[in-house]
Design a protein around this ligand. Sequence first.
Ligand SMILES: Cc1cc2nc3c(=O)[nH]c(=O)nc-3n(C[C@H](O)[C@H](O)[C@H](O)COP(=O)(O)O)c2cc1C
Ligand code: SF4
Length: 507
Amino acid sequence: MSLWWGWPAAIFGALTALGIYDLLQTRRAVSRNYPVLAHLRYFLESIGPEIRQYFIEADTDERPFSREQRSVVYQRAKNVLDKRPFGTLQNVYAEGYEWINHSVAPTEPDPKTFRVTIGRDCPLPYRASVFNISAMSFGSLSANAILALNKGAAMGGFYHDTGEGSISRYHTRHGGDLMWEIGSGYFGCRDDHGRFDEALFRDNAAREQVRLIEIKLSQGAKPGHGGILPAAKVTPEIAEARHVPMGEDVVSPPAHSAFHTPIELMHFITRLREASGGKPVGFKLAVGHPWEWFAIVKAMLETEELPDFIVVDGGEGGTGAAPLEFINRLGMPLDDALLLVHNTLVGAGLRDRLHIGAAGKVTSSFKIARTMALGADWCNAARGFMFALGCIQSLSCHTDHCPTGVATQDPYRAGALDVKDKSVRVANFHANTLKALAGLLSAAGLEQPWQIRPSHLLRRTADGEVRSFDELYPFLEAGELLRRTPGHGVYQRYWPRASGRRFAPAA
Ligand SMILES: Cc1cc2nc3c(=O)[nH]c(=O)nc-3n(C[C@H](O)[C@H](O)[C@H](O)COP(=O)(O)O)c2cc1C
Ligand code: SF4
């Protein structure tokens, strides 16, 4: 007997069952009103980002990284041709267009020399590359992603920031240099109550691979947020790395318990430097209230105890997961934050006694050059290195369904990321970006990235005029804040009221 009608009958039966289910369920009103058909809408909605990304967005639309920005990372990571034909896709007469002026006397810079010595006065200073891997914990990234990043860092001679999830077994297998990040949860150096434990700190800090120690005050994408890793997600490896028990929620409080005032922060930095045997110690922050930042600088002046470095994170920075309001509406953008940090330190006469790193959508040599012109000594990238690992910006890091195995703890998905192949891409991306930076410097007639000044960069403004960065942004003179309160806004209002004894301003 012919069964030709079997398939249509099965499909009809399944659709009828789905329709009955839609009518009886109470969670989705659209499905009750439009049984079966509503699923088509949900399906189209679920693939909307991909449709927009593949078919609708222009190469230069930033969401948050444009196709052009991602492509250049993929090409540099794969070591394939990163050239473009025909001419720029940018509108060079549009407001906000930026460029670097070139020279008639090009130079021949050597990217191998693009290194900065952090913690010059420490017994164990570190010679860092001008481009490194920004903080991303094991837990937000997969084991294979951490392995590939660290192996790439070892191959290319740059550092890999552990993120606040501390040092996991995947950070140590390949021996790449580590910046060990310590957040408010003190993972890897905490007692049973979640407070800082100096004995455990000494053990981890003594590892040869740990070259720098970074206290995390805040992160641009979610400043002041803290976090909870639910007990169900605490794997044996995560528990081991963080020194936390299995079967309990892991809490990162919004604030640190090891210090409560700016002066106590300086004492804590000094304590960590001594307990680490003299490794460079600094902090990472997204700038919030300017008076709190001023209070930190005043604490440096009052105690004469300084961090070896400060990493400034822009509000445009990334995260594994954070509430929309935090991602969109908290944290000063990188340019403004970096200028404030750099300028205050210049004005306080401290700028040449410590180094500044910066992170916030740095994926190209132009962005490195531009960030250094605004006051950074080096740059870090988080999402840039995720692209080098193969991230396709599907924006589902928080779901554990990462299609590329980068940001997931699902062993099957993470297993798709080949450590050998991707570590080479990580090293290539770093090397080719510095090669491109050397090219830019050469064209501008400079030898070193630290020679890029605000006057080398130009921007077209709203009135169609062209202004160099030194005309656009206010820059303080060395020691200016020690002599008088500068006339412009934020310093005039808050510098006199800031004190190293408290974060809040005087009334
Ligand atoms: C998946 C992911 C995890 C992150 N985890 C941390 C973290 O543990 N600690 C931290 O200080 N910053 C963390 N960040 C922020 C980055 O280190 C970086 O400061 C920020 O994303 C800006 O750099 P980018 O624009 O190059 O991504 C994370 C970012 C991402 C994308
Ligand atoms: S591919 Fe998607 S889920 Fe995976 S890391 Fe990239 S943005 Fe996150």
